[in-house]
Structures are given as C-alpha cells and as structure tokens.
Design a protein around this ligand. Structure first.
Ligand SMILES: Nc1ncnc2c1ncn2[C@@H]1O[C@H](COP(=O)(O)OP(=O)(O)OP(=O)(O)O)[C@@H](O)[C@H]1O
Length: 678
C-alpha cells in the first residue's frame, strides 16, 4: 500500500481569483501491482498528519504512532540506491535523488536521512521509505521511464473526510483573502493604527507587499499567505489578531488548514533558488524585520519554536549556511539547538537570547544593528572538549534566567511547582503509587497540564488503551462529565485535537528497543519534549523472566535516562512498587531493584494513599527526590470524580518537608506482575 500526500495531482476544489488553492489532498493508493514482496512492510511507522484515524470518533482525536515498521538507517538507504544504480547527492538532512515521478528525472526528490520518508518537490508527492521502494518496483513493472500523474492517479483514492475539511478550508481561505486588503490601499490613519497594534510601524508597505502580507479589516488581523512552491497557488493562510486586555496586548493565531496541517515556511515564495544563506525566525513579523533591516533571505517556521517538521527539510537543503534567530527566551534557545541538530549542525549558527540580542522585530524597532547581531551568531557545532570561555555566556544566561531554567510551571498543581520548581527538559521522572491508587489518572492530568502549555507530548500507554486514556484526558481537559453532555463533545474534541499530543499504538508487553526507537523517531518528527511511559512493567518481556527482574528494571531505567539526556527530552516513567505493605507509605526504596537505578532518576514522585490519608478519594503526592534543587515534600490532592482531576486540596496543610533519611528499605519485597486493563 502506498500512501502519498499529493497537493497537485488533482484539480483544486475551489479556485481563488488569480491564485487557486492547492490544499493538500490526502490520498490512499491501491498499488495492487506493487504489492509488497518484502516482509514486514505492510504498515506505517507514523500516521500522516491530518489523516482520519479513529472512525468511531466523529473527528480524528488521536495522532497515533504506529510502531510496527523497522526504522531504516541512512546506510541502508544508500545501499539500496546503489544496488539499483540510482545516483544520489548526499545533502545536509536529505539524500537528493532523481524523481521517478517526473519525465526529466531531475534530482527533485529528497529522502530524509533519518526516517527514509521522501518528498518530490516537483510534484509534491510524499511518502514513506517503503512507498519509495514500491514506486521503484512499479516503475520496473510498468516498464516506463517515469510514473506519470495519469498512471499514478489510477491508483489513488480520495479520503472523503479530508476532502470535506479541505473544501471548508478552501472556502474560508478564499473569503478571507478576497476581503483582505494591501496596506498600501489603506488610509494612512488606518494603516498606522493596525501597524501600531502589531508593533510594525517601521515595517514598510513595500516589505509587506513583497511577502504578500495583507490586512483583514473585520477582525483587524494580519494575513500571511501560504503559497505552493510548485505553482504559486495558495495552500492556506495564517491570520494573526491582536487583542488588548487589562493593558496587555495578546496575539492570537488562526491557520487554514488547522495548525497540525499547516506547513508554511513563510518567505519561501520570495526566496531565490540560488540563495545559499538564510536566517530562520519563529514568527513571520520577525522575518519581515530581518529582511527590511538587512536584505538577507529569511524564512519563518509555521509553528514557531514548537517544532520543525521534517517535511520542511527538503526546502532548506539549498542553504549552505543557516542562522537560527528564534526569540529571546530560554525555550527559543533550547529549540534552536534542537533544530540545528535536524538541519545538520555544521551549517548552522545560533543567536543567543540576551539584552543585546532580543527578538528580531524588537531589535529592529529599537534601532539596533541587525547585521551586527547576525555576525555575532555562534556556530552550532561544538567539540567534545571545551573551555569555560566557550560556555561562559551560556552559564551567564542560565544565571540570568534562573526562573526559566527551573522549568515550566504546572497551572493545576501549584504545590508541585513549590517543591519541584517546574518541568525541565532532559530529566527523568519516576512515578509510583499503590495498585489502583490513581497513578494513570494523575499522570494524565500532570502531562495534560504541560501539553496545554505547548509541551509536545508522546504517550506510551501500555496498560490502558489509547481510546480509554484519551477519554480520561478529554474529561480532564473539559473539566466536565462528558458522557452526560454529549452535545459538548465536538466542541471539546476540536480543541483537544489541536494539542501537540501523540500516542504510541503499543499495547501490552513490549520490547524496550522498539519503544526507544519509536520515541527517537517521534522526537525527530514532532520535536517531542515529554514522553510518558505507563508503565515500565510492560517492557519486562518474556525473555527476561528467568533473569533478575530488578536488574532488568534498572537496565531499562538506565536506557530511559540516556534517552532523556541525549535528546534533551523529559521522560516520565510509571513504575509499580514492589510488594506493598498496607500499613506503611511507599518510599523510594519501594520502587527499585537497586540503589543504582534510583540514582538515575532526577525526580521521584509517589502517589500516597495509605497512612497519611484521612478520607476516601484523598491522596497525597510526595516528591521523594528532586535533583534540581534538593527540595522534597508532600502535599494533598483531592479527587474530583466527575472531571477525573486531582485539584490541589485547599486544606491548611502546607507543603511539608520530608526527611529523606527517615526512609527505610523493606527486605521482603516481591515482584509485581503487570495486569493489562481492558
Ligand atoms: N483518588 C481517587 N479516588 C477514587 N477513585 C480514583 C482516584 N483516583 C483514580 N480513581 C479511579 O480509580 C480507577 C483506577 O485509577 P488508575 O487507573 O489511574 O489507577 P492506577 O494506579 O494507574 O492503577 P494500576 O495500579 O492498575 O496501574 C479509575 O477508575 C479512576 O477513575
């Protein structure tokens, strides 16, 4: 089965005046002749964004990672290409290959070195590594020189629900674009008011026009178009509106299509094919500022610092030098380091946030010399041995931004912020609690809270199936008993769908290697920064039954620790305790096989439900280890059965410091076999 994403093979649904929308059509092909002969290639590594996944929900609610395909390495890809005498050029993030979809067979096809996914820039056909191999087989079978659109079209089937969604989007794009006006056509006074709202009074009308930015007067929004690189038709647009509340201006973005399917590298339509240097920013207005101040080629990312979708990498292959200037806070700095790895650090340099290096628009508005800031960018590649001089600025940045270093704060668990200080990238959190005490329910809300603040989250729920987990999360998200208010389902499900939330399809016993491979893949594809594993017992596997289970557990905790550090990604692992003693609360030593493993975790959280609990439903959350600043403590949680949430109890009990030395080890500990929930 070949699944490809085509933006241009079918006629557009609605035509815009002059420019026709070419919204991506999600197509499923039935390449019966090219049935896979190779074993294990029947399913996909990843769900294509926007694809309808769960039929029993009205709309697709889960973005699922299907983990059944073996990851491909760049060596295997190269070997395959050589074995078929396909010439290729080794690019920065992709291999450049002659496209089997164009008669010219020019090198317009890009194969991602990490995932094997391909994109043909000439036809905008997209697919997996298996799809590419199938296409090559089909080429042989058909005995033709290339796979023409006519030939492919006969194998392609539309996805009705996406077409319907595309149709609605295209109408809206058309309506907004038609009504929007150029700044040069506005009265000076109107133009000034709107520019002031967005702090762009210094951006000229000609810069705005060059980049196709219009103004949509009914909502006083800026309109950023998304043009198709192939034929300059319109794929969609982004509307940015400003609203003043309590003296502060808030900005809101709406995209067509919805954000998960919005892949606009803004500025690409005005970028020359021969340009070799580019500045990448996180906001369209920053790109306008950089361009106007310096004249350099500049692009901005479709979803800011939250992700760099690999599907965009082929468009950046032409650049020999990339400067990432993503913002003026720590999260932007973290994102620029992460994105540089995807882009290939050798060609990247980064602008470090600081007083003298604010966001591009701010720097431009303050009359700073942007060329000078660009010149001061730091190479992203670093040697393994460095001197303090090289990291001195970074140390200063950490001290200067102490609050940001402490991590993202939970909005629903202020007590947790008091003890743990926040959620930080690259850490490993181990979470335990007695059987059936509400571990999954709590950790679901704990992760949802962060996800709602923009933390790209990947769930590995091996015990509870994804539909049941999503039902819990959706209830916690809506803070409503949705089964009694089904009429509100769509409203909440629509909002829920926009969260950067992904699920692995694993269920039941799993092998740690395939789980780690999938996590690695998800980090690359979706810039995941928080992975939740619920729970570790499901990775113990049959092969380990004879060996010491605690040693195996230690090994796995070590593997997650390494993953968290290597990928600067937070991993939260749920672990069942060893034998529980009804009279005693759990402690760190109730969890692990050995002290070595407890050293691996940065944070240890325990959901307590025994001695210190007075009423039904009451729980306490104990922070038993906190490597960041050593503070440990405990606070009470109250369970709300209708919203399935653990709001922090408003009791007088303050955060209590716990004496770590009081912990003892229970020598009579036994294994706790995992049970799978239906
Ligand atoms: N504090 C609570 N009071 C009462 N019921 C709760 C509480 N917390 C969770 N529940 C309910 O208890 C059930 C089990 O919760 P959950 O699956 O989160 O527990 P768990 O600790 O993950 O279980 P297991 O040990 O089997 O993994 C769910 O139906 C949940 O709604």
């Amino acid at each position: 089965m070949l699944r490809v994403w085509v933006t241009s093979l079918l006629p557009p649904i609605v035509r815009l005046p002059n420019r026709a929308p070419a919204r991506p059509y999600l197509l499923y092909s039935c390449l019966k002749q090219a049935e896979r002969k190779r074993a294990g290639t029947g399913s996909k590594v990843l769900q294509i964004p926007g694809e309808p996944i769960r039929r029993h929900f009205k709309k697709s609610i889960l973005t699922v990672l299907d983990c059944s395909v073996q990851p491909v390495t760049v060596t295997e890809i190269r070997q395959y290409l050589r074995s078929r005498n396909i010439s290729f050029h080794d690019g920065y993030s992709c291999l450049h290959v002659p496209s089997p979809f164009t008669p010219e067979r020019d090198t317009s096809l890009f194969i991602d070195k990490t995932t094997g996914r391909f994109l043909c820039k000439a036809t905008l056909l997209e697919g997996s590594w298996e799809d590419f191999q199938d296409s090559m087989e089909l080429l042989d079978q058909e005995g033709c020189s290339y796979l023409s659109p006519d030939l492919l079209a006969s194998y392609l089937v539309d996805s009705d629900s996406d077409c319907a969604e595309d149709h609605v989007d295209a109408i809206e794009v058309c309506r907004v674009w038609d009504k929007a006006v150029w700044f040069s056509d506005l009265m000076d006074e109107d133009s000034h008011i709107i520019k002031s709202m967005f702090n762009i009074t210094r951006i000229s009308n000609s810069t705005l026009k060059k980049y196709g930015v219009k103004c949509f007067l009914p909502s006083q929004s800026l309109v950023f178009p998304w043009y198709n690189t192939r034929d300059s038709r319109m794929n969609g647009l982004k509307l940015v509106s400003a609203e003043c509340r309590n003296g502060t201006v808030h900005y809101f973005e709406t995209t067509y299509p919805r954000l998960a399917r919005y892949y606009n590298l803004f500025g690409l339509c005005v970028t020359g094919k021969k340009e070799t240097e580019v500045v990448i920013t996180s906001r369209e207005l920053d790109s306008l500022a950089v361009y106007q101040a310096t004249g350099v080629t500049t692009l901005s990312l479709p979803r800011g610092i939250s992700c760099l979708p690999p599907v965009l990498l082929p468009y950046l292959e032409q650049f020999k030098r990339i400067t990432l200037w993503l913002g003026n806070d720590l999260r932007s700095w973290e994102a620029s380091k992460l994105f540089a790895r995807k882009l290939n650090v050798k060609r990247c340099s980064l602008i470090r946030p600081g007083d003298k290096q604010p966001t591009p628009l701010q720097a431009f508005n303050e009359g700073m010399n942007l060329n000078k800031i660009l010149k001061a960018s730091l190479p992203a590649s670093h040697k393994s041995i460095i001197s303090f001089r090289q990291i001195r600025e970074e140390v200063f940045g950490q001290l200067e931004n102490a609050d940001q270093i402490a991590g993202l704060k939970w909005t629903r668990f202020p007590e947790l912020n008091k003890i743990l200080k926040g959620h930080r990238k690259g850490e490993l959190t181990v979470f335990t609690g007695p059987t059936g005490s509400g571990k999954t329910t709590f950790i679901s809300e704990y992760a949802l809270d962060l996800c709602m603040q923009g933390i790209n989250t990947l769930w590995g729920s091996f015990e509870l199936n994804n539909v049941r987990l999503a039902k819990v999360m959706l209830t916690q998200f809506a803070l409503l008993r949705l089964e009694e208010q089904l009429d509100k389902f769509d409203e909440w499900a629509d909002k829920f769908e926009d969260l950067p939330l992904y699920f692995m399809t694993f269920h039941g016993e799993q092998n740690i290697k395939s789980v780690i491979d999938t996590m690695q893949h998800a980090v690359y594809m979706y810039d995941i920064s928080h992975v939740i594993i619920d729970n570790l017992q499901f990775m113990m596997g049959q092969e380990h039954l004879s060996s010491d289970r605690f040693a195996v557990q230690d090994f796995m905790v070590g593997a997650f620790r390494k993953f968290a550090t290597d990928n600067n990604c937070h991993v939260t692992v749920v672990i069942h305790p060893r034998k529980e003693d009804d009279d005693k609360e759990l402690q760190t030593s109730s969890i692990f096989g050995s002290a070595k493993a407890s050293q691996e975790a940065d944070n240890v959280l325990i959901l307590q439900d025994k001695k210190i609990v007075s009423g039904p439903g009451k729980r306490h959350l104990q922070v038993a280890k906190n490597r960041f600043d050593g503070d440990v403590g405990i606070f009470s949680l109250e369970f709300n059965k209708s919203s399935l949430t653990f709001s922090t109890a408003k009791s007088k009990q303050k955060v209590k410091k716990i004496n770590k030395d009081a912990e003892t080890t229970d020598p009579k500990l036994t294994n706790d076999q995992p049970k799978q929930k239906k």
